[in-house]
Design a protein around this ligand. Structure first.
Ligand SMILES: *Cc1c(COP(=O)(O)O)cnc(C)c1O
Length: 392
């Protein structure tokens, strides 16, 4: 029996490298509340990503909730139905009404051409997602936000380490918009077991966020807002500091696997991949394929045959967020208004992608997909001729 292959496998540093850091935590008895590892990891992360300010969080969902509060977003927010459900949940947690807008079929990101029609006097912000790490059309979104005086909060949970052209150089995609939110969940490209962060453009915004993630405390006796407990612990921060040393190599290996998938899947009719954008780096956080005619089987049939072969792919993002019970009653959740998202959601399959995946395992995945293709007839018939000749 070959061992099962899952869609992802968390990347961890050698345990021996982590032990000395744990000993330091044990010695200091500083477990949380902005201890030394928290401070060091925050600075190291800002440097690694090339962004001005980072606030660490216990997870990205609390970070999204806090980001909306930091910018005092209320009323209606335009967002994508094609994402992980936490994107919209953060709006509901703030009593904000999500307004779903359809996605671009090439990038599967919020389609800027469809945003303006969804703006009402209640709209205060846009919350797009860099889906699978493909950068949104940040310039078009910025223009709309400027025209209508809207905030832009990027859910950048998939975009760790992604850079795109800014003037005449490559720069982190996380500097766009008013705030960007990262996730360091176990399943993401860069993990701290659980964790997240907000990237802010200036020290004042970072300070407000840091107050909000600590119950709203600004000093021992003053509380300025109904903040939450969103702090990252020293354990997670120490791990993050160590993970930063290894993530470059991990992203490199992900890139090799991505290239191998593209090579092996190339030319199969009805299998589409997401083309990388020009002048953009990728961290290869996911490998989605879209399965449709003329491929001879449905997405769900492929998903099932892979499962039967011990390969556990995921249908990210199916169902759409707008299909869940707490959203589907919204006027903007009407399936007729979201045809591109619907079609992607029905066709998408995310293939296994993680640094420890071997080339042989990648071939195994693609062989199962190829097994749906009709066998080329000439091979069989030629063999019959040979058999006949042998008998003669
Ligand atoms: C993973 C993810 C989140 C939530 O991140 P957590 O750190 O698990 O809270 C939010 N948005 C998107 C798009 C995600 O993929």
């Amino acid at each position: 029996m070959t061992s099962p292959i899952y869609v992802t496998q968390p990347d961890l540093p050698p345990l021996a490298e982590f032990m000395p850091l744990l000993e330091q935590i044990w010695d200091s008895r500083k477990l949380t509340n902005g201890g030394p590892f928290h401070q060091r990891f925050e600075e190291a992360l800002a440097t690694y990503l090339g962004v001005p300010h980072v606030s660490l969080f216990a997870n990205a969902t609390i970070a999204l909730v806090t980001a909306l509060q930091a910018l005092r977003v209320a009323g209606e927010v335009i967002t994508t139905p094609y994402s992980f459900v936490a994107t919209s949940h953060a709006l509901l947690w703030n009593g904000i009404k999500p307004v779903f807008v359809d996605i671009d079929p090439r990038t599967l990101n919020l389609d800027p051409a469809k945003i303006e029609a969804a703006i009402t006097p209640q709209t205060t912000a846009i919350m797009p997602v860099h889906c699978y790490g493909t950068p949104c059309d940040v310039e078009a979104i910025r223009r709309i936000a400027d025209d209508y005086n809207l905030k832009v909060i990027y859910d950048a949970a998939h975009a760790f380490g992604v850079e795109c052209r800014d003037g005449n150089r490559l720069r982190s995609v996380l500097v766009h918009g008013d705030l960007s939110i990262l996730s360091f969940h176990a399943t993401k490209v860069f993990n701290t077991f659980e964790g997240g962060a907000i990237v802010s453009p200036d020290a004042r915004t970072k300070q407000r966020i840091d107050h909000l993630k600590n119950f709203g405390f600004v000093n021992e006796t003053t509380v300025v807002a109904a903040g939450i407990n969103g702090k990252m612990s020293e354990f997670n921060a120490a791990l993050g500091l160590l993970q930063l040393k290894h993530v470059g190599r991990a992203i490199e290996r992900r890139g090799e696997i991505d290239a191998q998938y593209r090579r092996l899947l190339y030319g199969i009719p009805g299998i589409e991949t997401i083309a990388p954008l020009p002048e953009t780096t990728s961290s290869h956080s996911y490998f989605p394929i879209l399965i449709g005619a003329p491929f001879p089987a449905s997405r769900d049939a492929v998903y099932q045959r892979l499962r039967d072969a011990g390969i556990y792919t995921r249908r990210y993002f199916h169902p759409l967020i707008s299909d869940f019970p707490m959203y589907r009653g919204l006027p903007s959740a009407d399936p007729a208004r979201l045809p591109v998202a619907r079609s992607a959601s029905e066709r998408v399959l995310c293939l296994p992608l993680y640094p420890a995946l071997t080339d042989a395992e990648v071939r195994r995945v693609v062989e199962v997909i190829r097994s749906f293709m009709p066998q080329p007839a000439p091979v069989g018939s030629r063999m019959q001729i040979h058999a006949g000749l042998d008998i003669a």
